[in-house]
Design a protein around this ligand. Sequence first.
Ligand SMILES: [Zn+2]
Length: 251
Amino acid sequence: MRGPMIIDSHVHLKHGDTLRTEYDAETIVRVMEKVGIDKSVVFAMSTTTQRSIEMTRAAVERFPDRLIPYVYALPSYERPILEQIEWAVSTLGFKGIKIHAGECSLAEYVIDPVIDLAGRLGVPCLIDCMGRYDAIERMAKAFPETKIIVAHMGKYLCIDERLIDRFITLALTHHNLFLDVSGVVMPWKIQEAVQRLGADRVIFGTDGPHGKPDVVTYARLELEKIRMLNLSPEDEAAVLGGSIARLLGYG
Ligand SMILES: [Zn+2]
């Protein structure tokens, strides 16, 4: 018997690490098969919006049933990116927008047109804000129609419990906020988020592929991180796939 659908909501075709590591669609799908992940949200960063669309489109064309495309929003001197994002979503069927504060300012005069467009197009923004609580609070307030997925529950590999608590509390007031659990190294905070917000606001992702110790073990450990929380079967199913499926309009 098959269990509920498992969706990894945070997978890189191209990472933001110093080497700008790329993984091809074949590797991503091979890991998914070994680990038991049904679908993955894929995107590229450390490149232009245009190139992110090309890379992601090619990957999803190879595995349309397994991979879900997000477009990377990065302001450019070359091309108007709002038009490109709109084209990716409306014409190519991209399902969300990725934003990374390491490459794109979250200042209102830079990012707000993208957040506004996401709300109008009805697609979520997955934002790595690098711990910038104030920026998320401002966007959540200013754009209640835009669904914002806060990557890493606020900050990658964060060991500051109070900072993560602030993001959970912020999501209590702003129902357009969702928390991505990739790169979370205090798993009990995931449990607390489920208790305080409900499982439909908490979203599984691996931030993979990652080569340490190897791509398959990395993904397996991330999945295990959720399963060892002893959530109710309903809550676990929501975190591992149901919440993001609903957000993206699947099932
Ligand atoms: Zn990431």
